[in-house]
Design a protein around this ligand. Sequence first.
Ligand code: FES
Length: 175
Amino acid sequence: VCVGGGTGVAVLHPITRALKEAGNHVICIIGARTKDLLILEDQMKAASTDLRVCTDDGSYGHHGFVTEVVKEVLEEGDVKLAVAIGPVPMMKAAVNITKAYDVKTLVSLNPIMIDGTGMCGGCRVTVGGKTRFACVDGPEFDGHEVNFDELIMRLQAYLEDEKESYEHYCTIRGT
Ligand code: FES
């Protein structure tokens, strides 16, 4: 089962396609906040065996989060592997569900990256109690081993600066 949220669907697409081309039965669940923000629906349909779509506001497909559909699919049985890519809270929630069903789950992490070469340490994440650099050791990791709370905390490190920078940008653009 492949689970994608928001722009994470773009990252999930080649993985989904490769899994299907390798002969797997691939159930794909994609979601977005609203219908207008949903991306690559046709491509994901072609890349998977069975596509299920969700929107948080109910404007299209299942009304609710992708994680609700993940639970339904796991209840249907015999899932060998899950791949979850999207916002960190979505991946954290998906992993919590797959853990309960003992289904191995790959996630693609998006910590703050600076040099992307394994030198600066900016992208460090804790996986299985060990420090890993997402840019060179990942970005895919075993979701059941990831310390998501730490990742969420680190992603918020520059929130104030990002907000200030965005406001400055809007002032310059006059928007
Ligand atoms: Fe610098 Fe990964 S971004 S070590």
